[in-house]
Design a protein around this ligand. Structure first.
Ligand SMILES: Cc1cc2nc3c(=O)[nH]c(=O)nc-3n(C[C@H](O)[C@H](O)[C@H](O)COP(=O)(O)OP(=O)(O)OC[C@H]3O[C@@H](n4cnc5c(N)ncnc54)[C@H](O)[C@@H]3O)c2cc1C
Length: 310
């Protein structure tokens, strides 16, 4: 029997595995995505790269800052230091994933606690396991769906956690639409515009203008089920409020994150049901974005090591 399975190879699951591995614990990760990193996502279109999940890495705690401070500074905000790997935020996830055993493109559709341990069943009906322990680091609603038939106090503890969606738009324009690295306008529809070409080592030339536009939380909630064409049209129309002339539009695409941000957090770094050998973790535990996801995975791994019962 393997020691431990982790569902989700976002920053939380990756950090958890990274801490457990040197202790000789056999860890297998599963992610439904083609790559790793979850919402630390960088999408490529032709020569352009868009960080269309978290736009940069930032935070305060010593262990997270130690992890990110070797990357380049991105001077987008006077109040906090932001860091970025040259290839985009997803590079951090790829670096963590390097030595780990990860099954990509593997969506776990159900989990079962049997006498021999945990079994995971994927989208093709294939079974993985058994594992002595199971860690789930999917966004809270997806975690709830996986554990809903189990008899565990974790279900009740997650009842108040709330996550919110975000529509984002990636665009390339012939003229600049903002004059700063990042703009957070006071606007009903647009929450933030990030100039991707202003990120370290990312400009493709003096007249390269590519952006990620993130829609406001309330607007994204209201339009969560709209079709992408309508969303794109609405976001483009709203951009007229903050820019005069963007010139020719060279590329435009939208993406919906159904669970982008934490509206109401759990307030603890993880939950562990020692009877079942089941833990849940993720950014929604602490509610401070990528830093919180990292701390959640790390705290859970340390608890598992200290409990000495893996
Ligand atoms: C638009 C946007 C803007 C953001 N801005 C910021 C910001 O400015 N600052 C900040 O700190 N954070 C920001 N964030 C949040 C940050 O990206 C997240 O907090 C962090 O990346 C979450 O990491 P995680 O590991 O908890 O979850 P995720 O990254 O979501 O990882 C969970 C993984 O689980 C996988 N998964 C889910 N269900 C299954 C299943 N059944 N089987 C297999 N795999 C599964 C998913 O594919 C995913 O890879 C932003 C996010 C978005 C989307």
């Amino acid at each position: 029997m393997s020691d431990l399975a982790i569902i989700g190879a976002g920053i939380c699951g990756l950090r958890c595995a990274e801490v457990l591995r040197p202790a000789g614990i056999t860890v297998e990760l599963f992610d439904k995505g083609r790559g790793v990193g979850g919402r630390l996502a960088t999408r490529r279109h032709e020569q352009w790269r868009f960080d269309h999940g978290a736009p940069s890495l930032h935070g305060e705690t010593a262990q997270w800052c130690e992890r990110i401070h070797s990357y380049h500074d991105w001077d987008c905000d006077n109040n906090a230091r932001h860091y970025l790997p040259e290839l985009g935020v997803n590079q951090l996830a790829k670096e963590l994933a390097e030595p780990l055993n990860i099954q990509r493109g593997c969506q776990i559709q159900s989990i079962e606690r049997r006498a021999r341990g945990w079994s995971l069943i994927d989208q093709h009906g294939s079974e993985h396991g058994p594992y002595a322990k199971l860690v789930i680091t999917a966004p809270c609603p997806q975690t709830q769906a996986l554990i809903k038939t189990l008899d565990t106090p974790i279900i009740k503890a997650l009842a108040d956690v709330h996550m919110t969606p975000a529509w984002v738009m990636m665009l390339v324009t012939a003229l600049p639409i903002i004059t700063t690295q990042e703009l957070r306008p006071t606007h009903d529809v647009i929450r933030r515009v990030s100039a991707e070409h202003s990120k370290p080592e990312r400009a493709l030339g003096p007249e390269d203008y590519h952006y990620v536009v993130e829609a406001a939380v309330a607007w994204s909630q209201k339009h969560e089920e709209d079709n992408p064409t309508d969303v794109q049209a609405a976001l483009m129309a709203s951009l007229q409020d903050i820019t005069t002339d963007m010139g020719q539009l060279l590329h435009c695409a939208v993406h919906r994150w159904r669970y982008a941000h934490t509206g109401r957090a759990l307030g603890r770094p993880y939950l562990f049901d020692s009877d079942l050998g089941l833990a849940v973790a993720g950014d929604w535990c602490l509610g401070i974005g990528a830093e919180g996801a990292y701390l959640s995975g790390e705290a859970l791994a340390k608890m598992l090591l200290n409990s000495g019962r893996h």
